[in-house]
Design a binder for this molecule. Structure first.
Ligand code: TXA
Ligand code: MG
Length: 318
């Protein structure tokens, strides 16, 4: 076991130093965040950013999220506004990404933003990435650590499964607690959710004290990463399923089928946050077990259920 994972490291002072060294040298480091694992590089350096697009097989038209330590750091590169302040104070560090205008003279490389004048910024909560961000003098461009269109990794071993030894340094920070990608909200104009997450519309409306639009269609370049074919586990996924076909892996909520082999519960007690945190893990598990197809029962469309439905709908477009 140990040998096949020779590029996965537990976090300590030595590995903190090694991670920073690698980032300074322009190498990709795979890091845990509370949402999913990411591939990190210096967001100011074109050559480094280029490596990410290449490794992921990601279209250059799909911009990356830039990760900062705090408000002071982000203010160097980004125009902040009142809605941002309110949401930052409530939810950050945490699983939410803000689309804001780039400042004139910002050092963020244009490859990161796919030449847009806006930037996606996030303040991750996981202690590993925070302790790195605290030490370095540049923000991290960091997409999810999966090949383009496949499922985001939620453990260090998942990252290894995606890229094997093509990454020198994968930091093990345990299983991601949130388990799906951050909420993306555009704050450049009237606030608009571009990618639903566990910080949902209702929570955001409560803080901003107004109705929030949701725009997760795939028109033009709203959130260019929100392509229809995305989050695919690599086998067909059927949603809103009522009856098991006898062969496929069946994903559901609850504990009704707990002793049946082909049944996988997202949450025994119908907790939708828990369900979100198990979704990608269970997708990978099912694929590993060799199933040829996934059926998923209807998931309530509220709270984190909205984000789950968004991801499984995209997965079903495979
Ligand atoms: O939870 C997360 O957000 C994870 C962790 C690693 O932080 N990262 C992540 O990154 O999910 P990625 O690259 O897989 O997804 C970024 C999303 C894409 O849908 C992209 O199109 C969108 O953010 N995005 C980035 N910059 C944007 C911009 N300027 N305008 C609109 N959408 C943007
Ligand atoms: Mg991604």
């Amino acid at each position: 076991m140990k040998n096949s994972y020779s590029n996965i490291f537990s976090f300590n002072k030595r590995i903190l130093k090694k991670s920073i060294e690698n980032l300074n040298n322009g190498n990709i480091v795979a890091l845990p965040t509370e949402t999913v694992y990411g591939l990190a590089v210096n967001a100011y350096v074109r050559n480094s950013v280029q490596k990410i697009y290449k490794l992921k097989g990601r279209p250059k038209s799909n911009p990356l999220i830039v990760h900062y330590y705090n408000l002071k750091d982000v203010s160097r590169d980004i125009e902040i506004n009142e809605n941002f302040r309110k949401l930052y104070n409530k939810f950050c560090p945490g699983p939410i990404t803000f689309i804001l205008n780039k400042k004139r003279g910002s050092k963020i490389n244009s490859l990161v933003t796919a030449k847009l004048n806006t930037v996606a910024v996030r303040f991750p909560k996981h202690s590993v990435v925070r302790s790195i961000l605290k030490e370095i003098r540049f923000p991290l461009a960091m997409p999810s650590a999966n090949k383009s269109t496949s499922v985001s990794p939620v453990s260090a071993e998942d990252v290894f499964d995606e890229f094997k030894k093509n990454i020198k340094l994968i930091i093990n920070g345990g299983r991601c607690t949130v388990g799906i990608e951050s909420t993306v909200i555009d704050l450049t104009d009237v606030p608009k959710i571009l990618r639903p997450g566990v910080i949902d519309k209702k929570l955001i409306e409560k803080i901003l004290k107004k109705k929030i639009k949701v725009n997760i269609t795939n028109k033009k370049i709203m959130s260019p990463g929100m392509m229809r074919k995305h989050y695919s586990p690599g086998i067909p996924v059927l949603i809103n399923q009522k009856k098991h076909d006898g062969k496929s892996a069946f994903i559901y909520l609850g504990n009704k089928n707990k002793n049946k082999k082909k049944f996988f519960s997202l949450s025994k007690n119908l907790d939708l946050n828990k369900a979100a945190s198990n979704l990608y893990r269970i997708f990978r598990l099912i694929k590993k077990k060799g199933y040829k197809k996934i059926q998923i029962s209807k998931i309530p469309n509220l709270g984190s259920g909205i984000a789950i439905n968004d991801r499984i709908k995209r997965a079903s477009k495979f």
